[in-house]
Design a protein around this ligand. Structure first.
Ligand SMILES: NC(=O)c1ccc[n+]([C@@H]2O[C@H](COP(=O)([O-])OP(=O)(O)OC[C@H]3O[C@@H](n4cnc5c(N)ncnc54)[C@H](O)[C@@H]3O)[C@@H](O)[C@H]2O)c1
Length: 264
């Protein structure tokens, strides 16, 4: 079992939501956190909260879709703390909409999802994760680190209507742990480097609270526990996956019992 105390977590999307909650969890357990986000104001707020807890934290403003920013993130972690133990590439966005929307009256297509709406979500949620993980893994290998790369997939990876962009990006997150674990195994690294994904259901962050209220009510009607997942419940799972080195190469769902039906 690994200890969180004195370990170093690199968290993208660490300015708010699940990323910020993970940083709080990490420093409360005695770990150190590097939080990276494009929203400088959110980062500063989270930094103040973590420091008030007596936590050791470094903030970096950047964009996960920019290769240089991700290189700077991984290098900063090593310069500051000499190691990386947890990589949590949690920066993510949604831009929901049907691929083609029909007019109720005529039954004909009235609008289409734009290429930008599709690609921008893939850029952040997939390419951004690739860049973050590639840069951090390089440093973890070269500095003999031991730890976990914990991706964030979603219940949406199983296919939700109106999320062809988001669901595709999150389905990718559920195969990458297998790809990386197999590669680490072949390369003789799997005794110290692991990769998993968590797949949360609807979790009470800004991303979900900004959803249309009627849609959210409908969704919650399908959740057996009858409420949103708390961000703290998600980060507690990340902590367990970090500590428990038998967890590798798979996707761990946390959705309050939600099962998606044929209407997604
Ligand atoms: N909230 C949920 O219900 C839920 C469920 C399943 C999975 N997830 C996933 O968990 C992760 C975190 O979600 P959240 O609910 O905390 O979202 P959030 O919107 O509250 O926070 C996301 C953070 O990512 C940052 N970000 C966005 N694009 C960025 C970029 N290009 N570079 C750097 N930072 C960027 C934002 O500024 C923000 O601070 C996402 O990957 C999301 O898809 C969320």
């Amino acid at each position: 079992m690994l200890e969180i105390k004195d370990s170093v977590a690199v968290i993208t999307g660490g300015g708010r939501g699940i990323g910020a909650t993970l940083a709080t969890y990490w420093v409360k357990q005695g770990g150190k956190a590097i939080i990276f986000d494009m929203a400088a104001d959110c980062l500063e707020k989270t930094r103040a909260e973590l420091e008030a807890l007596g936590g050791e934290v470094t903030t970096l403003v950047g964009d996960v879709t920019k290769e240089d920013d991700c290189t700077r993130l991984a290098e900063t972690a090593i310069e500051k703390y000499g190691k990386i133990n947890l990589v949590a590439p949690f920066a993510g966005i949604t831009k929901d909409g049907f691929m083609v929307s029909t007019d109720r009256r005529t039954g004909k297509v009235k609008s289409k999802m734009s290429l930008e709406q599709f690609q921008s979500v893939l850029n952040v949620n997939l390419t951004g994760v690739f860049l973050t993980v590639r840069e951090c893994t390089e440093q973890m290998i070269n500095h003999d680190c031991r730890g976990l790369i914990c991706l964030v997939s979603s219940i949406g990876s199983l296919g939700t209507a109106g999320q062809i962009n988001y669901s595709s990006s999150k389905a990718a997150m559920s195969v990458i742990p297998k790809v990386m674990t197999a590669a680490f195994f072949r390369q003789g690294l799997s005794h110290r480097l692991r990769c998993v994904a968590i797949a949360p259901g609807y979790t009470g962050t800004e991303m979900v609270k900004s959803m249309d209220e009627r849609v959210l009510d409908k969704v919650l009607g399908q959740v057996p526990i009858g409420r949103l997942i708390e961000p703290e419940e998600v980060t507690s799972l990340v902590g367990e996956l970090y500590r428990n080195e038998a967890c590798a190469g798979d996707v761990y769902f946390i959705h309050g019992g939600l099962r998606l039906g044929s209407r997604g």
